[in-house]
Design a protein around this ligand. Sequence first.
Ligand code: MLT
Length: 220
Amino acid sequence: MSVNAPLSRASANAELSFLHRFEPGRDPAAAPLLLLHGTGGDENDLIQLGRMIAPDAPLLSPRGKVMEGGMPRFFRRLREGVFDEADVRLRAAELADFVREAREAYGLAAPVAVGFSNGANIAAALLLTRPGVLAGAVLLRAMVPLAEPPKADLAGTPVLLLSGGMDPIVPEENAARLAGQLRNAGARLDHRTLSVGHGLSQADLTLARDWLATVPTSAA
Ligand code: MLT
């Protein structure tokens, strides 16, 4: 699907708290995806990726509200890799509210987040600060969003963390620390490190697609 496809009627819904794009899925039983773009992306960025990895699922794609030099993000950072953690918490709470609104507006089950880079980091923050909002998550090149996250109960929540072994932005130690936080909270984590950098590869798409096919829809 082209990123130039017409926006759905719902995408202009001013009553929801994030500017977003919503694409209904052909399979109402498929887990909806919450698509979370990287720095400088927008609500159109991951639609095509979402369709590739979950051809029949509803897609919900908000635009990050924080602007950095004209580039949308999901939370403020002080510099590359150094986050404003108070803002991370605030923005994760805002995003949780949006997910609740969107589920009600579109009649959706709890979504599985698919986030890239900054979008993966806010998805990790959402998991750790608001367990129960997401039915699961695919975290593409995520790093630790909160040095000391609250004690969360993610028992059984499936999470796929795909890291890049040659990622210049996310050190391996940092990705491993995030993996530890998620495991300690009880998430059913599958962490793979691919021989790639920060950018996405075909292997990411294949692994994400195959993993998503194993995630049951939650009506939670
Ligand atoms: C980014 O460029 O988005 C960073 O790698 C991750 C972040 O700032 O959240």
